[in-house]
Write a new protein. Structure first.
Length: 140
């Protein structure tokens, strides 16, 4: 494990995710709240954060906003991704971390992607001794 700063996690994904967000007219706001150093595989942790942001972009409505907050201290790193997507049905929150899971969507439209982004992010976070979860207002 290498010593890294929170800012190191937020910079590299910005360009790739920023282009994706711009193509959907989504405003991506990144806030790095601390520059404390911590331990971790910065490449893998950036990958986990990138998967979460890509998911928010993919399921966010055109013209919406996504807030990414990165904070931490020498022993913990916290990534928060807030989006304006339609939300999840009750019971789907934990399932988003199951490989190949696709949340129910309005009509017969299948969610884009393979359903591996959140499971990959979860494996990375747990390999670092962390926890990952979803909070979503109930979808009607």
């Amino acid at each position: 494990m290498s010593r890294s700063t929170c800012r190191r996690y937020s910079r590299p994904f910005w360009r790739g995710s920023g282009f994706k967000a711009k193509s959907r007219r989504i405003h991506l706001d990144v806030k790095v709240e601390t520059l404390e150093q911590g331990f971790g595989d910065h490449r893998k942790l950036r990958q986990a954060l990138s998967k979460l942001i890509d998911n928010a972009i993919k399921f966010g409505p055109h013209g919406s906003e996504i807030l990414v907050r990165v904070s931490g201290d020498p022993t913990h790193l916290l990534f928060e991704v807030y989006d304006q997507g339609e939300g999840l049905l009750p019971g789907e929150g934990e399932k988003v971390f199951d490989p190949f899971f696709h949340a129910d969507r309005v009509g017969d439209e299948r969610a884009p992607g393979r359903g591996l982004g959140c499971p990959v992010a979860k494996k990375i976070v747990e390999a670092h001794g962390g926890h990952i979860w979803v909070e979503s207002p109930p979808k009607n």
